[in-house]
Ligand binder design. Sequence first.
Ligand code: T4K
Length: 369
Amino acid sequence: MKNPIYVTQPNLPPLEEFIPYLEQIWDNKILTNNGPFHRQLEQALCEYLGVDHLALFTNGTIALVTALQALRISGEVITTPYSFAATAHSLLWNNIKPVFVDIDPDTCNLDPARIEEAITPKTTAILPVHCYGNPCAVEHIQQIADIYGLKVIYDAAHAFGVRYKGKTVLRHGDLSVLSFHATKVFTTFEGGAIICPDAKTKQRIDYLKNFGFADEVTVTASGINGKMSEFNAALGLLQLKYIDDALQRRRQIEARYRQALAEVPGISVLPVPPETKGNASYFPILVGADYPLSRDGLYQRMKDAGINGRRYFYPLISDMPMYRGLSSAKAENLQHSHQLSGHVICLPIYPGLPEEQVDVITGLIAKPK
Ligand code: T4K
């Protein structure tokens, strides 16, 4: 392959279509602080995603940190080790102790059957991740949260546009957090959002992302600067024009991968999640013991051929130095997470990936030597 390909590549609109947005910003000189594009994008995303209230953020991580603050979460929070570091880091930034619970190997999401045993008197919330855009066991998790009086904040960084049982997955739990990073299905370069259930919660979140200011003289909390700029919001508005096509293209690539890899000995893929319209944000494969190469062997073999997959999520968060001393981080507590983390490779998937390249990738995986 002449040019290397990467696990993802952002889908950008034609540059000339962005110029008029920039001209408006240059004309009105409003660069940030809830400007016109910011307000328009919040509205447009609510409509597109099918939610009532949404607060834009500078990135998904600050949105996670703020979501925890907005609900005054403290003590211990149950979460997954099988995610990007930002999930658990958002807890540490709030002085909250993460308690890791193992995942269901079919979805790579928190196993709801393991949650109750991890609850202690200090537990205040559950922070699950819709990993790869696969919906969590939302009903079961809510049932547990209701019984024990816990809040649920979904890290929905991978779940833009995902529908479950015919509705957006983003209305589950108390809050959901999106990421619009360059590597995500819907990108504003950097960006994120919190989906809020009501106007009052959104207002508190809007204060928190603006240093806690409610007005010129009233500071309600030690908030942070989490505001999205007009540049990013304008780009988001333009991106929305193209999102349906982008999602469709991703789903086509996913289908092609699934078909081509179905019969490759030693390679398995995750089951299609039931009652879900996914966003094909990632395409993980699992390299089994009966494959001719180890996971890292195949990863390197692909790299040598210019195909840069990624081992999302390896290492596990629970193995990172700031977490590995926790009792919930012990390997015997997290067997499925370790199994997945040791065998996964996410293959390139993005709207601009040509089908011939998909075929080259699957051809190499089928015949690695
Ligand atoms: N929760 C979850 C579950 C998450 O996955 C994430 C982020 C967050 C929370 C936090 O949200 P943000 O604060 O990021 O909004 C990437 C991303 O940096 C990170 O956003 C993402 N998850 C994570 C899964 O992946 P890396 O270290 O793999 O990124 P990087 O720079 O190696 O990019 C991967 C490939 O994408 C590159 O090889 C090439 C391509 N790429 C990347 C960038 C940045 C481009 O083509 N253009 C680009 O601008 O972490």
